[in-house]
Design a protein around this ligand. Sequence first.
Ligand SMILES: [Zn+2]
Length: 257
Amino acid sequence: MRVSALRVGRSRNVPLTSAVYGSASDDSIDVHMFMFVIEAAGTRIVVDTGTLSPDYVRRHHPYDFARATEESPENVLRESGIDPDDVDFVVNTHLHWDHCSNNALFRNAQILVNRKELEYAVHPLPVHERAYEKLPGLQAPWMSAWDRIEAISGEQKICPGVTVVPLPGHTPGSQGVLVETGTGRHLLAGDAIGVYENWNPDWRKSIAPTIHTNLFECYETFEFVAGLDCEVIPSHDHRILDSPLFRRPTTLVSQER
Ligand SMILES: [Zn+2]
């Protein structure tokens, strides 16, 4: 099995308080956008598909979003030897704009989304409408390939060593992908754990994501993750590139230059 973390841009100078609930820190962070590719036993799986162009993002979101030319989804996939037409499954950890905007790129893939997430994306609380791009005159990005979406509930094994697991709290239908490789068990955690500052293996000391629909579920998810006995891979933290999970040649594509 090979797992790759392909960076497709970053939002610069985001207050840490936007990621870590209740934080009083004045620090800012870069919020990195990753597309993960799992190649396992003849099956190709993409976990999250990133954002549209920097111009589009800056028009609709309050972020200083940047993407180097080589970080476009098409370029990082080509550099990794992945033909989007050969991808069998896309897993969206949830349907926030920065996790599902390139679903249509994978024309032959079945798209696995938690059923509760689909329901909420259609009718979110007003405070969450922008995160789902439920905005006047826009088509929400997940709808670009809605005809290939399969609504799933609970855990689902995709192939040997790759299992989708529910991680609710950040959103009602957040989910992660547990991979079991020669380097052990690793969890692609989505925004349930967006940056390392959210996570503590002593799960009671973990700190929920600032954006959440259910704080109690956030902590039930932390307890569940602690019980998985795995390495946690946050969705937006560039320090994941140091994980033994990712093969070097591909991660180098995504390194700072
Ligand atoms: Zn999110």
